[in-house]
Design a protein around this ligand. Sequence first.
Ligand SMILES: [Zn+2]
Length: 100
Amino acid sequence: MSRKDTILRAAKRTAKEARAAASSRRGKSRGSVGVDPHRHCVVCWTPVPLEEEPAVCESDECLKIHKKRERSRKRLVILMYMIPAITVLFLIQGVMGASG
Ligand SMILES: [Zn+2]
């Protein structure tokens, strides 16, 4: 048996193994979970339907807390965009001042 044959055989075997692994992975992912897909209330983690939007239960308290969190999250996102923008603005101003 030549060296070339050995390498060729090894390559073929690896390809076959990879294909087998891929197909078995695909088979496993479908079904067999046992629980219907669902979400949890972001405040108290009570299971809620998947299509529930926002993902909070019927409790007024949870809705209130969720709204408060959402507000502060939006403020944080705005800050995260504003700070780099302001930094860039100042940088450009500094470069312009130095050159001109
Ligand atoms: Zn809740």
